[in-house]
Design a protein around this ligand. Structure first.
Ligand code: PLP
Length: 451
């Protein structure tokens, strides 16, 4: 794109402070300015079309031109653009959405609180863990356990729970009381010759030792994404969550499933919890909830948690948490329409069918000289680049191998995301077979180009 003073490029550099961006580099290379979307494609201001192989940030499950979702937003904007959900007020679509979510939720989750983002849902879950334990007379049960490489959000509390050092650096976090156990990545974390089962046993033991060391009376909850997304699409070893949940039950520690990425079919199951036999006490979701057509997230909680806090609200005061835009009627209307579309097009069956093709297609590159591991489940996958396939030694960071593969893909009209040594892929769930084949073939060509 040409750089003139009035160009979007120049104005973006002049006025826009981008999150999670190398700012000096951005001043030189500028933004890709996207103007439109059609199906799984986005189109930039110069007319270049890209397959959005990451669904934006794992969120645009129904692609970028769904008329029904736009109409649902428009109708609700005309009928009632805003209503709050504090203290005995609510808009009608919010009631419909909470009911629809409970109908679809993993067994036992019966109440829903709505917010605008995944981070807000996770923050709310953290505060609810504390408030619940206060309500049942165990106020010391405050510590929260997360895992290395997990991503749970960007606010101070959700970033404290996150296990990625770049989300902590410079902020003086994690806050006290946030602990992290190991990432369940067999390829990187298993000991030599350790089976998946033995690895899962060891990780469950590490969790139990952590709880015992801290004192079970001080540990409130364990948060986990069923499959870690931003951490690099880490699918846990078989039996991992079963063993972890046995530990949590023994020590009366709540299980909170962060389904912000996994929810609504991404793993080829409606919930990531379904894929791994997780019985959560609370669940957070966002992204696919509205297919990103409106910022909305939800925290779902179990009936016993609800009853315990309801019993105590006179004593403790109402749960001191809530956002102006939590329970926004337009978000609720869009999310409700999204859930209806998912049902009508059998989003889970579709994700499972296309996911099998994606996983099979990318595994063709497992023997490629650049590639150490191909991993994933359903419609989320990653390729990890290694300098030495035998020792699994990574490339020096400055070689930016995954980023170069991602650049080569972009030149072929496919947008994937490089994170560290890994290239991540999570296309819209509506992607067609031929489009998926284009993505998979382009990955092979890009790997060959960079090799
Ligand atoms: N939890 C998980 C598992 C996520 O992947 C994300 C975002 O990617 C979040 C929470 C935070 O969501 P948001 O960016 O909407 O605040």
């Amino acid at each position: 794109m040409s750089v003139t003073t009035n160009s979007p490029f120049a104005r973006d550099a002049a006025f826009h402070l981008h999150p999670q961006t190398n700012l000096r580099l951005h001043e030189q290379i500028g933004p890709t300015v996207i103007r439109g979307g059609e199906g799984v494609h986005v189109v930039d201001v110069d007319g270049n079309r890209f397959i959005e192989g990451m669904s934006g940030l794992w969120c645009a499950a129904l692609g970028f031109s769904n008329r029904r979702l736009a109409d649902a937003a428009h109708r609700q904007l005309l009928a009632l653009p805003y209503q709050q959900a504090f203290a005995h007020r609510v808009a009608e679509p919010v009631i419909d959405l909470t009911e629809a979510l409970v109908e679809r939720a993993p067994a036992g989750l019966t109440k829903v609180m709505l917010q605008s983002s995944g981070s807000e849902a996770v923050d709310t879950a953290i505060k609810l863990v504390w408030y619940y334990h206060e309500a049942i007379g165990k106020p010391e049960k405050r510590k929260i356990i997360g895992r290395a490489r997990a991503y749970h959000g960007t606010t101070v509390a959700s970033a404290s729970l996150t296990g990625l050092p770049n989300m902590h650096r410079g902020f003086g976090i994690p806050l006290p009381g946030f602990l992290h156990v190991s990432c369940p990545h067999h390829y990187r974390q298993a000991q030599a010759g350790e089976s998946e089962d033995a690895f899962a046993v060891r990780l469950a033991r590490e969790l139990e030792e952590t709880i015992l060391r801290e004192g079970p009376d001080t540990v409130g909850a364990f948060f986990a994404e069923p499959v870690m997304g931003t951490g690099g699409v880490i699918v846990p070893p078989a039996g991992y969550f079963e063993k972890v949940q046995a530990v949590l039950r023994r020590h009366d520690v709540l299980m909170v499933a962060d389904e912000v990425i996994c929810g609504f079919g991404r793993t080829g199951h409606y919930w990531g919890c379904d894929a791994f036999g997780i019985r959560p006490d609370m669940l957070t979701c966002a992204k696919g909830l509205s297919s990103a057509y409106f910022p909305i997230s939800a925290l779902m909680v179990s009936e016993p948690i609800y009853q315990a806090i309801a019993d105590q609200t006179d004593r403790l005061g109402g749960f001191g948490q809530g956002f102006t835009y939590g329970g926004h009627p337009v978000g609720a209307a869009v999310a409700l329409e999204t859930l209806r579309i998912y049902d009508e097009i059998d989003i889970v069956g579709r994700a499972r069918r296309m996911g099998a093709l994606l996983q099979e297609g990318l595994r063709r590159y497992a023997d490629h000289p650049l590639v150490g591991e191909v991993r994933g489940i359903g419609m989320m996958a990653a390729l990890e680049m290694v300098a030495d396939k035998r020792t699994r030694a990574p490339y020096p960071a400055e070689m930016k191998v995954a980023a170069r593969v991602s650049d080569a893909l972009r030149a072929r009209g496919v947008l994937l995301r490089a994170l560290g040594d890994s290239l991540l892929c999570a296309p819209p769930l509506i992607i067609e077979e031929a489009e998926l084949a284009t993505v998979v073939d382009a990955v092979g060509e890009a790997l060959d180009q960079v090799q």
